[in-house]
Design a protein around this ligand. Structure first.
Ligand code: KG4
Ligand code: ZN
Length: 348
């Protein structure tokens, strides 16, 4: 069963064709167009601009996906499209494309939650989707920070989440304070490599009894630290930028690992999945390695760097899982749901 995946929830236009053969995801074609260079000029994403940039990309990309592997649309079993969460203007481009193709090609639509895509993204590089459950996914992106409990690939429940900023958002905002272009995450982790004396910031909600996160106070602490430097007429030198970046990154990763560990124990987790743009962070990836030494019985699945940030391969894979259960949405019922929570039904 070959699934066409379409992703336009934020600032990447992406199309993929995938099938699962003997439990192994096989990616047949995959294209990603990133708008980052445009958004870097304005210091962040302007939703209308993002939507407009998806429009000229999407149809040629679908044609290219089919042609590159000599497929006809008749060979496609279903169209998987991100229905939310995301920027509504961006989501609508993918949704209307899927609606039209579904009508013209007479193929079912599978409405995929974007965060479900991130949850399954590490499986794209695995030999088999047969993992041990219960599983936990730490989903960390520009819009979300979630701990998701999975009883199987279909029963998902959020057991912890951020109460304010998402972790990627905090990276981006702190990046801006340090003078980096959007997105700040990769630049912060790069700058942190040159740190000599990482600044200490207190870790938000580290010892709270729940599995929730908070990053907005940490971002404000960085802002006050920089403002105090200015008051004391001290320069934000490249060395100090690196030390602040490292301090912020250390604190953030410490909280992510601590809460993940708490959830692992609380729910007797057998497999840990990671997903989302922040999963590309090298300190996090190092700390996860250490965690695997500590929890020898735990299997940890980390996505390849190319599958951390938004892509249609993960949407096609999630769509395939749903299509196997014959889950589909009629073209005239498909809607964008910008706040769709993973594990729940979308707005119809
Ligand atoms: O998953 P994603 O591509 O988009 C959303 O669904 O939000 O994640 C983008 C986020 C941005 O906030 C970006 O700064 C962050 O992922 N990011 C990183 C790194 N690479 C990307 N954050 C920390 N360290 C990185 N290396
Ligand atoms: Zn994402």
């Amino acid at each position: 069963m070959k699934i066409l995946g379409i992703e336009t929830s934020c600032d990447e236009t992406s199309v993929a064709i995938l099938e699962i053969i003997n439990n192994k995801p096989v990616l047949l074609s995959h294209f990603v167009y990133s708008q980052i260079d445009t958004h870097a000029q304005t210091g962040g994403i302007i939703p209308e601009v993002a939507a407009r940039l998806h429009v000229p990309q999407i149809i040629p990309m679908i044609e290219k996906s089919l042609q590159s592997i000599n497929l006809d649309h008749k060979d496609i079993a279903a169209i998987a499209v991100t229905g939310g969460p995301g920027l509504v203007t961006s989501l609508l481009v993918g949704i209307h494309t899927a609606r039209v193709l579904s009508y013209v090609w007479k193929k079912p639509i599978v409405n995929v939650n974007h965060m479900y895509g991130h949850v399954v993204s590490s499986m794209l590089s695995q030999e088999s989707m047969n993992i041990e459950f219960p599983a936990l996914c730490l989903t960390i992106s520009g819009g979300h920070t979630e701990l998701v409990l999975l009883e199987n690939w279909y029963d998902l429940r959020i057991i912890g989440e951020t109460r304010d900023d998402a972790v990627g958002e905090a990276f981006d905002k702190v990046g801006k304070l340090l003078g980096f272009e959007y997105p700040g995450g990769p630049k912060i982790s790069q700058a942190a490599l040159n740190a000599k004396n990482p600044i200490e910031f207190s870790a938000p909600m580290l010892n709270s009894p729940n599995l929730d996160f908070s990053f907005s106070g940490l971002k404000t602490a960085v802002r006050y630290y920089i403002q105090n430097l200015e008051k004391e007429n001290k320069k934000l030198s490249p060395q100090l930028i690196s030390d602040i970046a490292a301090g912020f990154q250390n604190t953030t990763i410490k909280v992510l690992i601590a809460k993940t560990q708490k959830a692992l124990e609380q729910f007797s987790i057998k497999s840990l999945l990671i997903g989302g743009g922040v999963a590309a962070n090298n300190l996090l990836r190092e700390e996860l390695k250490k965690l695997s030494h500590k929890h020898k019985e735990l299997n940890i699945y980390i996505p390849e760097l190319k599958y951390c940030t938004d892509n249609a391969a993960m949407i096609a894979l999630a769509g395939h899982l749903l299509a196997e259960k014959e889950i589909s949405t009629p073209y005239n019922k498909l809607k964008a749901d910008p706040n769709w929570e993973v594990g729940t039904n979308p707005e119809q």
